[in-house]
Design a protein around this ligand. Structure first.
Ligand SMILES: Cc1ncc(COP(=O)(O)O)c(C=O)c1O
Ligand SMILES: [Zn+2]
Length: 402
């Protein structure tokens, strides 16, 4: 079947393909998740030009007007000290906190908000643990669209809420958790007249898959492992799609093994993986200090389970203590400050390394998804502090301290 712009929306369950448009979020035949499918010819004529996410536009959906803040092109830092500590000779950190609004969400948003304009949307909306709303409201402001964000009351990091407010979003506080907020939005989206920009929207994944392209281009090869923090499970799914497309385009010969990391109090995907089950058991009351991944019913669980299984990867759950330790390790050994959810990938690596999962010479990339400045409510311990009066000698006070 021919589609207007070549690409179609394909159901991951029944395989039906649909003409993109309007407010289609799931398969009209079976309710399954959709993904953007490109014709074969696209993979035969790939060329990369320019910088950031749109460098890869030959592997992205066609849009008329690009809404961009120069997202992507984030640092891939060789983590020598952390690597030594973990017994990993080739450890890299992909620092997504360097995106314009401080998280990887900007990659998906530049594509999905550009698509919102193509579909003539006037208002966009999302339910969010914080970063999606921060990113969506920034891109909506840039595009001249209204934005509506549904937030779980009391569980959004202050920096993220401030961003949404600063960019002019209307805030809907839902007295429940993220899963409740999303359910409310999806139930009322028609009546609200909004284009939904949660990661159930397949165009978000398209932008986010560029993390894989950048890793491959920076390393000039595909790593053995990539490690992602997992909440709604869209990002790990998008990474896998990106790596698969590199192979399809004849650019790479192999794909990495995908490792998903969840917080112990919100780990339905880890549980399903480790118990070799086909479906997840939702967590009714998810809890973790890493509020960005405090999600009990991940939308993209099916895509993520496939990514982990098809890549012969694994999944690991980490405690809040392990997450906060990894946040400090990353900040003090490598100079990279991540929010707790962002550091969860490093926490997962610390745990797997201790368990002897790695040989030590593999190339491992930890995707660190969000900036530490997002969440100033976190207590970082331990830290050293001197209190002195004007005229006092700080060197003397320092000697006393040590
Ligand atoms: C900082 C951060 N890390 C990780 C995630 C999880 O990504 P995903 O929901 O795609 O699994 C999120 C999602 O909100 C996030 O904000
Ligand atoms: Zn279907």
């Amino acid at each position: 079947m021919e589609y207007r712009d070549g690409e179609a929306l394909e159901c991951i369950d029944c395989g039906a393909t649909h003409e993109p448009g309007g407010n289609m979020l799931v398969c009209v035949k079976c309710g399954g998740l959709l993904e953007v499918a490109y014709p074969r010819s696209v993979f035969r004529s790939v060329s990369f030009n320019g910088r950031g996410v749109w460098r890869y536009r030959s592997l992205l959906p066609k849009v008329e007007r690009i809404v961009t803040l120069s997202e992507g092109d984030t640092p891939l830092v060789k983590a020598e000290r952390l690597g030594k500590y973990l017994g990993l000779k080739n450890l890299y950190v992909k620092f997504e906190g360097a995106n314009p609004t401080g998280s990887f969400k900007d990659r998906g948003m530049t594509v999905a908000v550009s698509i919102a304009l193509k579909f003539n949307a006037k208002s966009v909306a999302c339910a969010s643990t914080g970063n999606t709303s921060a990113s969506m409201s920034a891109y909506a402001a840039r595009a001249g669209l209204r934005s509506l964000v549904f937030l779980p009351d009391g569980y959004v990091a202050p920096g993220k809420l401030l961003q949404a407010v600063a960019h002019g979003a209307t805030i809907v506080r839902v007295r429940g958790n993220f899963d409740d907020a999303l359910k409310t939005l999806l139930m009322h989206r028609e009546e609200l007249g909004v284009y939904v920009l949660n990661s159930v929207n397949p165009y978000r994944i398209e932008g986010q898959k560029t993390i894989a392209f950048e890793i491959w281009e920076s390393l000039k090869s595909v790593p053995d492992f990539t490690v992602y923090p997992v909440g709604n499970a869209a990002n790990i799914s998008s990474g896998w799609k990106g790596f698969k497309e590199l192979v399809e385009a004849g650019l790479a010969e192999s794909k990495p093994r995908m490792i998903g990391v969840q917080a112990e109090g919100a780990a339905p995907i880890v549980k399903a993986c480790l118990q070799n089950r086909e479906t997840i058991e939702p967590v009714e009351k998810p809890e973790t200090v890493a509020t960005a991944i405090r999600i009990g019913k991940p939308l993209s669980w099916k895509k993520a389970l496939r990514a982990i299984r098809d890549s012969r990867g694994t999944a690991v759950a980490v405690s809040d203590r392990e997450i906060l330790k990894a946040q400090v390790d990353l900040a003090r050994m490598e100079g990279l400050f991540a929010e707790p959810a962002g550091a969860a990938s490093v926490a997962g690596l610390e745990k797997l390394s201790k368990e002897g999962f790695f040989k030590g010479d593999e190339t491992v990339v930890a995707v660190v998804t969000g900036h530490g400045l997002k969440d100033p409510s976190i207590n970082i311990e331990p830290y050293a502090e001197l209190v002195i009066h004007p005229g006092e000698n700080p060197a003397e006070a320092l000697r006393k301290l040590s």
